[in-house]
Design a protein around this ligand. Structure first.
Ligand SMILES: Nc1ncnc2c1ncn2[C@@H]1O[C@H](COP(=O)(O)OP(=O)(O)OP(=O)(O)O)[C@@H](O)[C@H]1O
Ligand SMILES: [Mg+2]
Length: 263
């Protein structure tokens, strides 16, 4: 019998499966395999583009590239910002950052911010005890003050999603956004499970732009429970562990890297 895949590391492969859903397609930023010409074309269209290793994780190697002024280019990797006149030089430097690894380029989303720091939301979706997909947790991840990624392992801080949303909009609108994020999360799980029926849980990184449009940045097929250990209310974590156990997953809950926000 063919072994059922439960971990899919290639981001482009996962994105292609999600794009088959017309409902999800509207929430996926343009994503292409990166090369010199494609990055130039995308920067011409969008001004800001994220490039990321096709099979990376923990925010490692994720770089934000921007076009500004008259043929000026800038990128940020970690806390280092570099600026260039002329695209050829900029790409040479980017190419050496990427160390010849396959990368993808994605339209950059200008994230909502909390106290000046951008954030996104991790939505955990698992098969429940009846085997149906259920959104079991939401955690807000605020970027380290000098970084362009929100990952906890990159110095991000975890907050309850509603704290971050309420700082940007009314509580009615926040509740509606939370419901929509859960719905999108469940839809992603169903869609990926059409290609990978062995899947039991996913973690969806959802960005919210300044117009409150939701964008799926990425779907993780081996989601990290760590953000949920940093929330003041442990009920989401309890449920995540319960469902995880039911499909034989054990989690490492020694989460040293991300911080706990003060809410
Ligand atoms: N298109 C984008 N626009 C704005 N920010 C982005 C974009 N893509 C990624 N980011 C930021 O970079 C972070 C890391 O990117 P991503 O989740 O795609 O990779 P990863 O975290 O390295 O992979 P994994 O989640 O599998 O560990 C995101 O959480 C988000 O903060
Ligand atoms: Mg991620």
């Amino acid at each position: 019998m063919k072994k059922q895949l439960t971990r899919i590391s290639n981001k482009l492969t996962k994105t292609r499966v999600l794009l088959r859903s017309p409902e999800l397609r509207r929430h996926i930023p343009v994503t292409r395999k990166m090369d010199q010409a494609i990055l130039l074309d995308m920067l011409g269209r969008y001004k800001m583009v994220y490039i990321k290793p096709c099979c990376g994780s923990l925010g490692q190697g994720v770089i934000r590239v921007e076009r500004y002024g008259d043929s000026s280019w800038r990128y940020q990797a970690g806390t280092v910002v570099r600026k260039f006149k002329g695209y050829r030089r900029a790409y040479q430097a980017i190419h050496s950052e990427t160390q010849g690894k396959p990368y993808l380029a994605q339209k950059g989303v200008r994230l909502l911010a909390y106290k000046g720091r951008p954030f996104d939301i991790r939505v955990m979706v698992q098969r429940n005890l009846k085997g149906a997909w259920e959104a079991t947790g939401l955690a807000g991840r605020v970027a380290h003050p000098r970084k362009v990624v929100t990952n906890g392992s990159q110095g991000g801080t975890i907050f309850p999603a509603e704290v971050l949303l309420n700082a940007n909009t009314s509580s009615e609108k926040s509740n509606a956004l939370i419901a929509e994020m859960k719905r999108i999360g469940v839809k992603c799980a169903r869609q990926l499970a059409t290609a990978y029926p062995g899947l039991q849980e996913i973690g969806v990184d959802i960005a919210i732009d300044r117009h409150f449009k939701l964008w799926i940045l990425e779907v993780n097929t081996a989601p990290d429970p760590c953000p949920f250990t940093k929330l003041p209310d442990s009920s989401m974590l309890q449920r995540i562990i319960k469902y995880g156990k039911a499909h034989g997953r054990t989690y490492n809950l020694k989460c040293m890297k991300s911080r706990k926000g003060m809410g």
